[in-house]
Write a protein of this length. Structure first.
Lengths: 204, 204
DNA sequence: CAATATATAGACCAACTGGTCTATAAATCG
DNA sequence: CGATTTATAGACCAGTTGGTCTATATATTG
């Protein structure tokens, strides 16, 4: 097209704060406290924005939450694309993927929980915007895992009778369940052993 | 001891409502809406109690929530004790147990979610009373599943190399993950197929 | 410079929060 | 009966909620 940049620069004082950094800070608050338990002053403190700036930039609490959730999801998918990179060994990828969950569900990380799972439980029932995003994330995660399992199967690394698509659904449920259990029982050794035992059932 | 019943009957007007029924109704509200999103008027409407009666009987919102959570947990354990009854076939028991989760994570049931998982994600990080109850529930569930798996193993019904205790942890994570995914993707056929595929890896 | 746009702090708002209290009716007892 | 206890409806409370608005400073443009 003819003009990628706006035809003329905006007139007045330019925005002087980093919107993405603000979303990231807000994400951190929602992540630690949940949606309803997060009050405006918490967000103002974390983002270091005034009420006016926050509302001008993001609209309202709910919109800001959606941006935080989108950011959280994008980060998760980016991470998976690295762990499950098609150019490396699929079984190594799966191990890395599961090791990440062991890490995120152990100790303090485990107690902090998962913004996405918390949003699913707290909001998905009543909030279709949230619901859509979560459903699409699970689909995307499942697709990546299924693809990796297919590559493992082609390489003869899967146990007999393992079907990539249903195994992928099993793994997705398992890791999300790890996040739930990790909220109150975040013992690293146990999680790691459980993950190893699970993988043992699927990998030759 | 000498006196199981109070030495003398109370003097005045007796309590005229059923406290357990009130707890159950309150449980229903917390279950559908979560803790923070449940307001006092919601609880008054559901229990059909006046503010005064509710506070006299239960203390405050948080105490009532704990009673509702206790009730929810007791129901779940009772159900498991039936499904995994030691007098019946362990493999049948496991199938019944998992079938129950398929049911509870499908369609409208799935969208409603799980009071316990919601409480874990919303409150466990900040509320030690809630946290204790949830941790102890997961332990109790895992013990029952592990016991059933041990019986299955003794009967030669487990696949080679399956160890009951780690397999029980896998199953617990899996079913809790089903509850999370079921919030937004509550397709019965899929859940059932996933459960079947999982059991296939563990049962001979 | 004037015009424009954005930043800030904080006053302000109606609505709602969980929780207490009062007044009064009803149900049980000796 | 009178004493006691619990029920109810609803007034009342201080604190918080998400959200708007005003006043003012500041940074950019032509």
């Amino acid at each position: 097209m003819s003009h990628q940049t706006p035809a003329q620069l905006p007139r007045g004082r330019p925005r002087s704060f980093d919107m993405e950094a603000a979303v990231e800070r807000a994400m951190g608050v929602f992540w630690s406290r949940g949606y309803h338990a997060t009050a405006l002053p918490d967000l103002l403190r974390a983002t270091k924005l005034s009420r006016g700036s926050l509302y001008a930039a993001f609209g309202d609490k709910h919109s800001l939450f959606l941006r935080a959730l989108d950011r959280y999801i994008a980060d998760a998918l980016t991470r998976m694309d690295i762990e499950l990179d098609p150019r490396s060994e699929p079984v190594d990828g799966l191990r890395a993927y599961l090791a990440g969950y062991v890490d995120r569900t152990s100790g303090a990380n485990g107690r902090r929980g998962c913004l996405l799972v918390a949003a699913a439980m707290e909001l998905a029932g009543q909030d279709s915007e949230v619901s859509r995003r979560i459903a699409s994330f699970f689909k995307a995660m499942e697709a990546r895992v299924a693809d990796t399992l297919s590559r493992a199967k082609a390489a003869g690394k899967l146990a007999d009778g393992v079907e990539p698509s249903s195994a992928a659904r099993i793994l997705v449920c398992f890791v999300e369940g790890l996040r739930v259990v990790g909220k109150t029982a975040p013992a690293r050794i146990t999680s790691q052993a459980t993950v190893d035992a699970l993988l043992d059932r699927f990998i030759k």
